[in-house]
Ligand binder design. Structure first.
Ligand SMILES: Nc1ncnc2c1ncn2[C@@H]1O[C@H](COP(=O)(O)OP(=O)(O)OP(=O)(O)O)[C@@H](O)[C@H]1O
Length: 231
């Protein structure tokens, strides 16, 4: 399972300059991978194009092998229909994944909010609940576009390690501004730099820590430096 970008260039209608220019790289599954880069560099644009498949604006510049279902989750998704979050999760959860749903609800620490309206939850609670909604669906590639924003660091770590453990065969693309976090927990980090910087897309290996890891501060520093050099 893998995907590849061959010379992907994208310009928004009415924009003067491309937001993505000649992106060429490939990423193999499985793994918990990341997209990193400064604000406004085009991470969300890239994620949406990737999620749109060959029928979207990426067209033939995107090559997917063994990736049939791509889901895109993002921070602060607005879900007005969620009068009762627990009932909604039950409704969208395939029967075969009901144990998985229970497990995720526990790990994500959202049991106490299952009877609440989505709009009554804090942003971090909403994001956690929303991410569960995606994880219980069937997918090959799940994009997490700042999907853990507003969640405290310790719980983010618990959630990331659990996702890696529960879904070892899937491909994840985690969009985050947290350099240390992506360097520690991600396998491959796609670093985007602004068009015109002649760096294009660089894929940097992270430390890919799993549950029970022993941190190597020097190795983390090396990964962070490599990522920063690629920006
Ligand atoms: N629908 C749109 N139409 C025109 N320009 C857009 C549109 N969406 C985004 N852009 C522009 O494309 C550029 C990249 O935006 P994008 O949201 O992809 O960046 P990002 O790296 O995800 O940023 P951030 O880290 O701040 O979320 C920005 O300059 C933005 O203004």
């Amino acid at each position: 399972m893998r995907f590849e970008c061959r010379d992907l260039t994208f310009t928004y209608p009415e924009a003067d300059n491309p937001v993505l220019e000649n992106l060429t790289f490939s990423m193999a599954a499985p793994g918990f991978n990341a997209v990193f880069g400064p604000s406004g560099v085009g991470k969300t644009s890239f994620a949406r194009i990737l999620a749109g498949g060959n029928s979207g604006p990426g067209g033939n510049a995107l090559i997917y092998e063994g990736i049939a279902t791509i889901l895109y989750s993002y921070n602060q998704e607005r879900l007005p229909g969620w009068a009762n979050t627990g009932r909604h999760l039950e409704k969208v959860c395939p029967q075969k994944n009901s144990d998985l749903k229970k497990e995720l609800v526990k790990i994500f620490k959202v049991e106490a909010f299952l009877g609440s309206r989505f709009s009554q939850l804090s942003m971090g609670q909403q994001n956690r609940m929303n991410l569960i909604r995606y994880l219980i669906q069937d997918f090959d590639l799940l994009i997490l576009d700042e999907s853990l924003a507003n969640v405290d660091e310790a719980l983010r770590e618990t959630i990331i390690l659990a996702i890696k453990e529960i879904f070892p065969a899937k491909l994840f693309l985690y969009i985050s501004h947290n350099l240390m976090e992506v360097a520690r927990f991600c396998k491959d980090i796609l670093v985007l730099s602004r068009p015109g910087k002649n760096k294009g897309a660089v894929v940097v290996p992270g430390q890919n820590y799993e549950t029970g890891y022993t941190a190597d501060p020097q190795a983390i520093d090396r990964s962070m430096l490599e990522i920063m050099n690629a920006v």
